[in-house]
Design a protein around this ligand. Structure first.
Ligand code: ADP
Length: 446
């Protein structure tokens, strides 16, 4: 309102000034009335032209990128420029805040452990995070706006996407054939789709392992149970002679021992998996461990093998005594069981030069193991020769236990073997869990 009045006043002022000036000039030649008319017209024209020039300057600014401030004219156009510029800057700030929110949102989706992919109504890729690109083998930039089904060679997923029933996730093999993907599709908006992908390779592997494990345990228990059930049936129907009785009872005892050993090993494994790592401050006497392992091995060998112990280091170990005894015992029991009578077994306790790791080594001159089996020896129930293992009381869990124990103590299990020549198993314990015996003696008896 004020601005309109101002512009009216400017026009009237122009008109009055023009008319006055025209009248003055015209009065010299007796044409004062004409002069006033022409002067008024010119006055209004000047005011109009000035307004037009300001409007043109403002329009010019509006047409541009508005990177510079709006023209700062006085009056109407100055005020319009100021207000338009303020509104523009406000909108810019709001847009920038929106953009920042969107960036944060996308960053959050990028950080998601799952793949996120947005499809338009024609199943073309609108956007995807790096994880989804990795899962589907896509290039987020190059493949944008491409039809997803043209880029994937996964018939199960393509059929799922085209089927339109998205209640359940679909599973299929990833683009390089190494992963299993679980993908969930959700529709939203006007035919748009949100595709969530998850790498379930590890979960599948664990499921398979669990199934195999249950099948193996059932199989291992069923065999001796079937034998026992057979004996029980026989005993129920046929009275045994005094000569047969001890033989049958002995066979039954063997089968129950087999089940017992298996259950013991299973419980040991379960305990190893479910308990925290042994502390590095509980010192165990290596002498005691070695003595027990050697006595047990000699009992098992019953003089059939030539057993030697070489204590090349005077160090103790930090860890769980029971676990360490079980690991050493398992290696020695294997050496006895897989070395024919008359063979030699060498046990050595030493310090490795350079890094100070303690090494427990069992070397035998037994049947040895072919190279292709070496990497699988520590798998549960993996046996190179199943019947020899069972005949000698093996459960197929010994080396799995050994590996668990040594890993829980921060060390590693090493195996070298050659068929027909023998095997060498080593438990390597880190220097942090090794202590010189003299230091230990000093600590306890200062
Ligand atoms: P098992 O109870 O069958 O001995 P382990 O887990 O202790 O189970 O060993 C797995 C397999 O590794 C054994 O079945 C055997 O075939 C092989 N093996 C282990 N130790 C030796 C060894 N000292 N000499 C030859 N083969 C061995």
């Amino acid at each position: 309102m004020n601005l309109s009045l101002g512009r009216l006043a400017a026009a009237l002022l122009g008109l009055a000034l023009g008319a006055g000036l025209g009248w003055l000039i015209g009065s010299f030649s007796n044409t004062a009335a004409w002069g006033a008319g022409v002067g008024a017209f010119l006055g209004v024209l000047v005011v109009g032209l000035r307004e037009a020039a300001r409007a043109a300057r403002f329009l010019e600014w509006l047409r541009g990128a508005q990177a510079t401030p709006a023209p700062r004219d006085a009056g109407f156009w100055g005020e319009v420029g100021y207000r338009v510029e303020r509104a523009l800057r406000l909108r810019e700030r709001e847009t920038e805040a929106e953009r920042e929110r969107l960036r944060q949102f996308l960053r959050a989706i990028e950080a998601s452990p799952n793949g996120v992919l947005l499809l338009d109504a024609g199943d073309c890729i609108e956007w995807c995070n790096a994880r989804a690109a990795d899962h589907f083998g896509l290039d987020p930039q190059r493949d944008r706006r491409q039809k997803l089904t043209n880029l994937l060679r996964a018939p199960a997923f393509v059929a799922h996407l085209q089927g339109g029933a998205f209640d359940e996730a679909v599973e299929f093999t990833g683009p390089e054939g190494r992963t299993t993907l679980s993908v969930l599709v959700r529709s939203y908006g006007d035919g748009l789709k949100l595709v969530l992908s998850q790498d379930v390779t590890e979960r599948d592997r664990m499921d398979t392992m669990r199934r195999d494990f249950v099948a193996n345990v059932s199989h291992e228990i069923r065999t001796p149970l079937t034998v026992l059930a057979g004996f029980v049936e026989t005993l129920a129907s046929v009275p045994l002679s005094t000569i047969e009785q001890p033989r049958v009872l002995n066979l039954m005892r063997q089968q129950t021992t087999r089940i017992q050993t298996l259950v013991d090993d299973l419980l040991t494994l379960a305990k190893l998996e479910g308990s925290p790592r042994p502390g590095a401050d509980r010192w165990v006497s290596a002498d005691a461990l070695l003595a027990t392992a050697m006595t047990d091995a000699e009992l098992l060998s019953a003089g059939r093998h030539d057993l030697h112990l070489d204590k090349a280091a005077d160090v103790d170990l930090a860890g769980a005594e029971g676990e360490l005894a079980s690991a050493m015992g398992n290696l020695l029991s294997n050496a006895v069981r897989y070395t024919p009578d008359g063979g030699r077994i060498d046990v050595r306790w030493s310090l490795r030069e350079g890094d100070g790791c303690a090494v427990f080594e069992v070397a035998d001159t037994g049947i040895g193991i072919a190279r292709e089996h070496l990497s699988r020896l520590t798998e549960r129930f993996y046996r190179v020769d199943g019947s020899r293992s069972r005949d000698t009381g093996g459960t197929g869990l010994g080396l799995a236990i050994v590996k668990h124990v040594v890993q829980r103590h921060g060390g590693e299990l090493q195996v070298e073997s050659e068929p027909g020549r023998g095997s060498r198993f080593r438990l390597v314990f880190p220097a942090a869990r090794v202590r010189q015996r003299s230091a230990a003696a000093l600590a306890t008896h200062p």
